[in-house]
Design a protein around this ligand. Structure first.
Ligand SMILES: *[C@@H]1O[C@H](CO)[C@@H](O)[C@H](O)[C@H]1NC(C)=O
Ligand SMILES: *[C@@H]1O[C@H](CO)[C@@H](O)[C@H](O)[C@H]1NC(C)=O
Ligand SMILES: *[C@@H]1O[C@H](CO)[C@@H](O)[C@H](O)[C@H]1NC(C)=O
Ligand SMILES: [Zn+2]
Length: 521
């Protein structure tokens, strides 16, 4: 009997083991096919693209001096936003005068209508010859975050000083190079007699660094009054990353197709104040500290693979060596595993989940008084696969203490995800323009973990992209809102070329048909 049972067992075990092996083999085969198919990710056939960029830009010595002088002047004007209520209005007015002086053709062309919005922001409407083509909008912002030389700048932050081919200064990346680049490109196009087929807008906000409630929001209001619908919006955001992503072969241009949401939450505990000689067993500080500790120890759920970060990995997979190529091409299988690896570092954890940062903690007034009130602020950046409400509910249950009052100070849901497929007009135009100028770069969709003015435009278009062809090498990301912000003179010229080419590329009637795709395996 025991003999028969054991044979039965062995038989079952054999079946279990072999079906397990078959399953693994099957998964492996599917995974390999996917790895191969993503290898041939060539996208639209560029050869079949209607040629509309027939005006070329050859920058001569005189123009080079002129465009650099314009750009440096823009950097030297300290258009600082100090707070939502306080900006340097003298500087904003001076900036207005600079634009009129630097781009006389833009301001005098019969094709361009210029208007001031909210006193300091600008809206340019450029008329197209074919009104049936849906217009688009290029967005940039005039204001900058504060900067002080004493923080350790190699050159004063509003000097636009040149060091080794770079121009230093607050705003050289964020956001005066795209801003001046767009207008300089339009100036040159108009001088060369260019008249667009597809109309477009240029919006320049003056308070992006403090949420854009005056500038961008009023530009949106003006466009809504005119019932404008936009094919796409292109704003600042992501860049060309060169040597920044470890293991990736060659540079990658990441085009932001969404932004994380945001929430600032106030936690507070109030109690009767008392003397420290007769303390209660728990103080307001202790209760609040425990609540904060629970939030830090219980991070928001891992959501890697459920948001636009998935597309980034899949588009870049073929530029990695094995085994990363295999893993990234098969996120349907490996996303949970990869999420666990990425969550170990703060910069990659940001792609995995809603992040929780305790940023302020205030309590107590005197050494011998039990404080009546303790309060803390928590800043969360919400993953695309979660909503603001879900995050608030999770905070409530994690804190799990009625004595801790939880209030939402401000917040918004993650932005909708813009299209990035072969039928996506804006994405394909940006991609083609990047490849026109930088043929060796890999283009992929990405997610912005910060916020931009473009979020105010979501009622005017389904497709918002956040990208400028600024080259970021290792360490450059820290210059953003940090010290020694700079751009190379060559890169600034490339920005002008990019917008010069982009505007003409937008004149195509429609995108070429995608060729039969291997993706649909
Ligand atoms: C550029 O091409 C368009 C057609 O796409 C044509 O109408 C226009 O005249 C051309 N411009 C120049 C300067 O060649
Ligand atoms: C404001 O900008 C002007 C130049 O337009 C500058 O002279 C002034 O120092 C700036 N003010 C502050 C507080 O930065
Ligand atoms: C524009 O300036 C005027 C006068 O200086 C002021 O009353 C008005 O509130 C400003 N508008 C905006 C939107 O800031
Ligand atoms: Zn910016």
């Amino acid at each position: 009997d025991t003999g028969r049972t054991s044979t039965l067992w062995t038989g079952c075990l054999k079946i279990i083991i072999s079906s397990f092996l078959i399953a693994v083999l099957l998964l492996f085969t599917i995974a390999s096919i996917r790895t191969l198919s993503l290898d041939v990710n060539v996208g639209l056939q560029l050869a079949r693209w209607e040629k509309t960029n027939n005006i070329s830009l050859v920058i001569d010595h005189h123009q080079r001096e002129e465009l650099l002088a314009n750009f440096k002047e823009a950097i030297r004007i300290p258009t600082v936003s100090f707070s939502e209520k306080e900006s340097n209005t003298t500087a904003l007015r001076e900036f207005d005068r600079l634009l009129r002086k630097a781009f006389p053709t833009v301001f005098s062309s019969s094709l361009v209508r210029h208007e001031l919005v909210a006193n300091y922001s600008h809206l340019f409407s450029v008329q197209g010859s074919q009104p049936d083509l849906v217009p688009y909008l290029l967005l940039a912002h005039i204001d900058v975050v504060p900067a002080s030389e004493s923080d350790g700048w190699e050159a004063p932050p509003f000097s636009a000083k040149e060091i080794d081919g770079f121009i230093y200064g607050r705003g050289t990346i964020d956001d005066k190079s795209p801003l001046m680049g767009i207008l300089q490109a339009l100036e040159y196009l108009l001088i060369k007699g260019y008249a667009p087929r597809r109309g477009f807008y240029i919006g320049l906000g003056h308070d992006e660094e403090v949420s854009g409630y005056k500038g961008a929001m009023n530009i949106v209001r003006v466009l809504k009054q005119r019932s404008v619908q936009l094919s796409f919006v292109l704003d600042e955001g992501l860049a060309v990353l060169d040597g920044v992503i470890s293991g990736l072969e060659g540079p990658a241009a990441l085009i932001g197709i969404s932004e994380k949401g945001s929430a600032t939450v106030k936690l507070s505990v109030s109690m009767l104040p008392g003397h420290s000689s007769m303390p209660p067993s728990e103080s307001s500080i202790g209760i609040l500290a425990a609540a904060v500790k629970r939030l830090e120890e219980n991070p928001m759920p891992r959501l890697f693979g459920h948001g636009p970060e998935r597309g980034t990995f899949e588009h870049l997979a073929h530029k990695f060596g094995l085994p990363m190529k295999f893993i990234m091409s098969n996120l349907w299988l490996f996303a949970p595993l990869l999420g666990r690896v990425l969550e170990r570092k703060p910069d990659t954890n940001a792609f995995v989940r809603t992040t929780t940062a305790v940023t302020m903690f205030n309590a107590g007034v005197k050494v011998n008084i039990i404080p009546a009130l303790a309060e803390a602020y928590v800043n969360l950046r919400i993953h695309s696969a979660q909503s603001l409400q879900e995050v608030l509910d999770l905070i409530q249950s994690t804190v799990g203490d009625q004595r801790v009052k939880i209030e939402l100070v401000n917040g918004f849901d993650p932005l909708p995800v813009s299209s990035a497929d072969e039928k996506s007009f804006g994405f394909q135009i940006i991609k083609k323009t990047v490849l026109d100028i930088f043929p060796t770069v890999t283009v992929a969709p990405g997610i912005c973990i910060g916020n931009t003015d473009s979020r105010h435009f979501k009622d005017l278009t389904n497709d918002i992209y956040r990208f400028a062809p600024v080259w970021f090498k290792p360490g450059d990301a820290q210059r953003f809102h940090g010290i020694n912000e700079r751009i190379s003179k060559k890169n600034y010229e490339e920005l002008i070329e990019f917008y010069f080419s982009l505007i003409q590329n937008c004149d195509i009637q429609k995108l070429p048909e995608p060729h039969s795709s291997v993706h649909e395996l």
